[in-house]
Design a protein around this ligand. Structure first.
Ligand SMILES: NC(=O)c1ccc[n+]([C@@H]2O[C@H](COP(=O)([O-])OP(=O)(O)OC[C@H]3O[C@@H](n4cnc5c(N)ncnc54)[C@H](O)[C@@H]3O)[C@@H](O)[C@H]2O)c1
Length: 253
């Protein structure tokens, strides 16, 4: 029970890695505010985790809106009386080359991938500073360090959120530890959406897995285990880092 008596907020919790993080964190004893836009999936996850005996509240909302993020912090305080950590996980792709990209999509990608992290950190940090061993885990991407065809908004926004997380680690140490996870290709709906940017999307997903040193796509559970490590006191000397978790793809030329 590595997160016993801890209270976490998880964004984008109704699908993929966010869902796996919610399942593992609650198994490890955390009480959770889980957030997402899909009410049906959110309520189903709340029920699933609740039936397993965990304290979970689903709060629907769009993290691109500042108010949604402060509402998540309020919900944690009202339901559980405190806040110990965040998994800032919701993300969007905003595909298209610079010359084709509608500026609205560019701005929306930054709103979801960067502004939302700023809003949630801004609302949560005063509460996290009161917690013992508070931890924030931001789901960035190897796209923060490596570029992919037709992904300018995504890559630039993920690089920005890594910098934001490191800045927050500098400014809020030692009370709050803040780290990024930078996944390579992981088998969630997201990677199939990302593959649309390639000439043969099905082949692109297949190759993405094969091209890693481990020769497979990551699973949401591979990622949730790293999130748990960073969230827990096992990582009490780790802050301001960005961990690649990518089957070794960044080690390849
Ligand atoms: N799958 C991959 O290969 C991969 C690789 C690296 C990083 N990532 C990152 O991992 C994170 C999780 O993605 P995933 O792969 O689990 O995909 P996913 O599509 O399963 O989950 C993404 C979640 O974010 C939510 N979301 C998107 N915009 C939102 C908004 N405005 N408000 C609230 N929620 C919103 C979606 O509804 C969904 O629940 C994302 O930040 C993504 O950029 C994914």
């Amino acid at each position: 029970m590595k997160l016993k008596d801890k209270v976490f907020i998880i964004t984008g919790a109704t699908s993929g890695m966010g869902k796996a993080i919610a399942e593992l964190f609650s198994k490890e004893g955390a009480s959770l505010i889980i957030s997402g836009r899909d009410v049906e999936r959110g309520e189903a996850l709340e029920k699933e985790l609740g039936l397993a005996g965990n304290s979970v509240l689903f709060v629907a909302g769009d993290v691109a809106e500042s108010a949604c993020n402060s509402h998540l912090v309020q919900a944690a305080l009202e339901k559980f009386g405190k806040l110990d950590g965040l998994s800032i996980n919701a993300g969007m792709l905003g595909l298209g080359k610079i010359t084709d990209l509608d500026p609205t999509i560019w701005h929306q990608t930054f709103k979801v991938n960067v502004d939302a992290a700023f809003y949630l950190l801004k609302a949560a940090l005063p509460e996290l500073q009161k917690s013992k061993n508070a931890s924030v885990v931001v789901n960035a991407s190897i796209a923060a360090f490596k570029n992919f065809p037709n992904h300018p908004a995504y890559c630039a926004s993920k690089a920005a959120v890594v910098s934001l997380a490191k800045q927050a680690a500098v400014d809020y140490a030692p009370e709050v530890r803040i780290n990024c996870i930078c996944p390579g290709p992981v088998d969630t709906p997201f990677i199939y959406d990302s593959a649309i940017a390639f000439p043969d999307p099905a082949k692109a997903v297949e190759n993405a897995g094969k091209n890693t040193l481990i020769q497979r796509l990551g699973t949401p559970e591979d990622i949730s285990k790293l999130a748990l490590f960073l969230a827990s006191e096992d990582a009490s000397w780790i802050t301001g880092t960005a961990y690649t978790i990518d089957g070794g793809i960044m080690a390849k030329s």
